[in-house]
Each structure stands twice: as structure tokens, then as C-alpha cells.
Design a binder for this molecule. Sequence first.
Ligand SMILES: [Zn+2]
Length: 511
Amino acid sequence: MAILIEHVDVLDPAAPRSTARDQSIFIESNRIAKVAPAAELNLQSLIINHQPLHVINGRNLLAIPGLISAHTHSPENYMRGATECMPLEPWLVWLYGTCGEYTARDHYLCAAMSAIEMLLSGVTGSLDHLWHGGPWKREYLDATMEAYRDSGIRATVAPMYDDHDYVLDAADALGYDLRGSVYGLSHGGYRPDRDDYRRGVLRDNLAMFDDWMRDWHRSHDGRLQTFLGPAAGQLVTTECLQWSLELARKHGAGVHMHCVETRVQDYCIRRVRGKSVIHWLYDEGLLSPEVTLPHSVWIRSAEDLDRLAERGAIPVHNPAANLKLGSGLMAMREMLDRGITVALGVDGACSSDNQNMFDAIKLAALIHNLKHHDPKTWITAREAFEAGTVGGAAAMLLGGKVGRLQGGQLADIVLLDTRNAVLAPMNDAYGMLVHCETGASVRHVIVNGQVVVRDRKLLTMDVDALVAEFFERADALPFRHPIDLKTQKDVDDCWVFWWKVMDDVSRQFAS
Ligand SMILES: [Zn+2]
């Protein structure tokens, strides 16, 4: 199947108002074959050689590269809008204390909800850092992949796991016993009281991930990928990360790991390791371009930023979640100035809470103005948009293959209705896309050369039936019911620890 989009305007930074007028885009198989003026590239020039050919009338449409969310957690879709006024640490205790244990069908539904919301709002690619509140089973991973397969979105799934908790070590040293709380829950194992037990679970999980990756990595015409997802810099040993990188490289895949999202994490890692997380990763040779680091909020020193730039690991900015959980502002300008590729993510739906990349892009373009008083250093609309497209492509190890509308790129294209009121009167395209668009103008979406949204309707899934099932299932989960006493005590204990660390940190900053 080939597709010709005729007489369409195309986002182009070199053109007036960043828009090349009256173009055609020709798609063969899963790639963009050519983008050229409609006068040169048209039905007459192609019809002899290409049957069947699907023609899309592009008049009053703007073609943009599909947006890429380089960090989310699909299991949080059940908990959208459920929390407020909580920083990450007590929020995590609440989340894992009340989520219950999902079935494979829950994972399918959660991933489907992500895919539906994303595709209908112009997101064509997503990196899902998949968690499970209990021991991993292969069926959970497969169910998530099956949802993304069925939806038509480009997806990379990285299951979360860990093997040691350095926050608990720091809490011990400060005289707080959190080990019996849900804070001590292992991602992908259960009851992490003993490191040898935890390490055994890790080895079993990595063996299972190896098989899973063999079956799914770059499957479905390359649209689906599998990464490794060590949970966070404060939750893994050097050995765990070395094994993860080894396994990822064996499959040509990446490693996706939360990195100093909060001050508490930064404080605990420095206290136990005696150095920052980036300094540790650098010294151990664990930073490289296939490593993506969601949040990276507390990478602040010039030395650490230089280390990141030297090794080419990719930070993923999640501005909505960082605002909602009060985590802080990533040093995005300082990163861009060093040539660091920055990707953007929506983060999970309990901390963000929608999966709308237009929101993430707009926030990335605006929130750093609060930090820098010199407007020359503010994030431009184009920088924010590119973080949400080419930055995301690099995070998915698809740099140079997706994220731009050029011949040879994979055909992930969103067509926006320029007659929609939110885009009127279509001044500079980057300004309109970043500061005005909400996803409301998304008319058609093409992923990997397939039309998956046509006239605002998702063609691949029965959205009404899935939403109805999702509503029904959510009622059965513990988080919708009064919190149990044990979890409430764990949350309360975590608050006490959190305040202690924040008081210590504030004193350090004040002195
Ligand atoms: Zn996250």
C-alpha cells in the first residue's frame, strides 16, 4: 500500500512562518519516499507505478511529525486524577500500597487507554516504563505488547525492576525504619528484605526478559520495541545496571532508568555512595547513548552536565509530573547548550495526569522562564517541539529514522486541521503548535505507513467497548476504596522521613 497526501502544508523551519505550502507527501510501505511541491509530486506522476494508492486530500491540513512521549507508565491509567498535593516519596507509597496486583487484562487495558489517548491527540510513539505491583510474569509483558500491537502506535516497553534500595539505607542511617513499609517493595520482585533473595529474583526476571525481547523486539515491521527498565538510580546496584546494559546490547535495545527525580533521591544517593548518581554512572562506564534517564531534575553541577554530554546519555524531561509532584526544574537550557539531546515525556497518568504531549511541549517551553531571568536563555517553541519529536526518536534509539518529515524517514505523520479555531489564523507554525494546539486539531494520524486515525476516529480499536471495560475494572481495584490502616501508616511514616530529609537539604542550601 502506498499513500499520497496531496496539497498539504508541511512543517518546515526554513519556510516562511515555518510552513512549506502546497506540498505532497508520498509514502511507500512504512517510509516517507518523498516530500515535494504538489505541482511536481501528484497523482499523474505516480499512478502508473503504484497500485493500490490511497490518496488523502491535504487541503487545509498541516503535516507535522508524530509526537513521541519518551516516558510514561501505562499502569497508572487507572489512577488518573486520583492524587494531589503529594511529593514523590509519599505518593509512591500511596501508589504501590493501593494499586493491588493487576491481571494481564489490566495491563492490556491500561496500555490500550494510553494508546487511545495518545493517538487521538497526535502522539505516534511512546516509551512505556512498565511497572507491576508484584512479581513479574511473562503474561503481563505480553499483554502490554499486544495492546500496543492492536492499537497501531509505535511503542517501546521497558519493564521495571530493582535490586537494592539506597533510600532505605539512608533512612536507616538517619534512624527511620521504612523497611517494613511498602517503600521497601521491590519492582518486579516481592519482599526485598534480603539482597540475596532480591538478586535471585533479578536473575530470574532478566532471563525472562531475554526471551520476551527475542520474541517482541523490533517486531511488527519494527513498530514495537523492548528495552530494559531498571527502576531508578537509587534502586539498583552497579552489577544490576551492568547486567541490564549487557542484555540490552545483546538485543540492540536500550536501558531506561529514572534518574534523580527528587531532592530526596539525590540526597540519599550522595549520602550512601559518596557521589552524585551521574558521577557514579560515569565512573562505572554506565552512561551511553542507549541509556535514557527520565526526569534528571537534580543533575545540576557543571561537572555532572559535562559528564552527561561527554557520554551521550539522554535525559527525558517530564515537566507536568515535575510540577505536580513539586520535584523541581530540570536544567534543560544548560543541557541544550552542551549539545545534550533532551527528550520529553508525559509520565504516568497518576502524576501528570493526561497523556497529552502538546501539554508537555507547552510546559517545557514555558516553565524554565521562571528559573532564568535572561529571556535569551528561555526555551524556544522550536526547541520544545523538537524535544517532543527528534529528542523522543533518539530516546527510542530511532534517531535519524523518525521525527522529521523527510524522504527516507519512517512515516509517522500527524495531519492537523488548520481550520480548527485553536490553530486560526495560523501564524508561525512552531508558535501555534507549541502555544495554541491542544490536540483538538488532530484529524488523521499515520504510524509506520498505516492510517490509524481517520477523521478523528481510531480505526484500530473498539474505543467504547474498551472504555466501558476499563470503568468496570477500576471499581474492583483497592485504590477506589478506603485506604487500609497499614498503607496509611506507611504513608504517614514516609511523610515524617520526607520532612526530615527536606529539612536537612534546606539547611545545607542555607549554609
Ligand atoms: Zn516515571
